[in-house]
Ligand binder design. Structure first.
Ligand SMILES: C[C@@]1(CC(=O)O)C2=NC(=C\c3[nH]c(c(CCC(=O)O)c3CC(=O)O)Cc3[nH]c(c(CC(=O)O)c3CCC(=O)O)/C=C3\N/C(=C\2)[C@@H](CCC(=O)O)[C@]3(C)CC(=O)O)/[C@H]1CCC(=O)O
Ligand SMILES: NC(=O)c1ccc[n+]([C@@H]2O[C@H](COP(=O)([O-])OP(=O)(O)OC[C@H]3O[C@@H](n4cnc5c(N)ncnc54)[C@H](O)[C@@H]3O)[C@@H](O)[C@H]2O)c1
Length: 207
């Protein structure tokens, strides 16, 4: 069964990562741009993690009191039995938990992520092939223009502008599609002169 990609606001949300090896480090690096308040707990933590700003490091073995107040938990130790126990404790508390081992203990899967400013693409193969998720991510990254973030912020402005126009919704939507396609082709936001003819295609048909 495929997994559904809810997109969750993690800004300032407390997250606990148990384990401080390469797998935990990869997940932490993916998460940090989304603004969570992360704590990593492990007796031994990679030096690259200790140097990360915005990450609280507790060099100690896992204890259940660390789950207090957590919004989500990642169990990525090399002790499968411990990971399974953490998953059980989280499930009992209705706390979303991701486990880096084979099996069905996770209540959410960790996707391969493509991020460009406000846009995120999450890829999951439902756990069948993390390698495939990684390769697909690289292919998708190759399809996206480098300045997609700039184009998206410009689209946000155009959307606001069109909300104030007399165009009915379907025409606004057609207009926005045309503007986005043109910006992708031009390789960046359009100038006022370039925008005008695309807008008038819709407005000239107004009564
Ligand atoms: C996407 C990504 C996100 C991340 O973790 O950052 C991710 N794994 C990545 C890479 C990767 N992982 C592994 C390899 C080695 C090759 C291989 O074995 O295939 C590679 C490839 C590499 O390293 O290039 C080994 C592996 N992974 C899992 C197991 C256990 C098992 O089989 O269930 C084992 C065997 C462990 C062992 O037996 O020792 C399990 C999971 N890995 C997931 C996510 C979840 C499902 C995602 C989905 O639905 O597709 C899930 C279920 C749970 C979870 O961890 O959330 C990240 C790519 C990031 C990126 O590049 O963008
Ligand atoms: N999901 C994936 O993508 C993926 C990929 C490869 C491996 N794995 C699995 O993930 C696990 C972790 O991989 P790794 O390479 O980061 O392992 P690692 O051995 O490098 O690191 C293990 C970490 O767990 C910590 N740990 C051990 N006991 C602990 C305890 N009681 N409390 C808190 N922390 C404790 C260690 O201090 C260390 O920081 C492996 O067991 C492997 O099976 C998952």
């Amino acid at each position: 069964m495929a997994y559904f990609p809810f997109f969750i606001d993690l800004d300032q949300k407390p997250g606990l990562v148990v384990g401080g090896g390469p797998v935990a480090a990869r997940k932490i690096r993916t998460l940090l741009p989304y603004g969570p308040r992360l704590t990593v707990c492990a007796p031994s933590v990679l030096p690259e993690l200790e140097a990360l700003p915005g990450l609280a490091v507790r060099k100690e073995p896992f204890s259940p009191d660390l789950l207090e107040g957590a919004f989500f938990v990642i169990a990525a130790t090399d002790d499968r039995e411990l990971n399974r126990r953490i998953a059980g404790l989280c499930r009992a508390r209705n706390l979303p938990v991701n486990v880096a081992d084979p099996g069905t203990e996770s209540t959410f899967l960790f996707p391969s992520v493509v991020q460009r400013g406000p846009m995120t693409i999450g890829i999951s193969t439902g756990g069948t092939s993390p390698t495939a998720a990684h390769v697909l991510k690289e292919q998708i990254e190759g399809l996206l223009p480098g300045n997609l973030e700039e184009i998206l912020l410009w689209m946000d402005g155009m959307r606001e502008e069109l909300k104030g126009s007399p165009l009915p919704q379907p025409k606004r939507s057609a207009c926005l599609s045309r503007l986005f396609a043109a910006a992708l082709q031009a390789g960046g936001p359009l100038s006022r002169e370039e925008i005008q003819p695309l807008l008038s295609l819709e407005t000239e048909e107004l009564p």
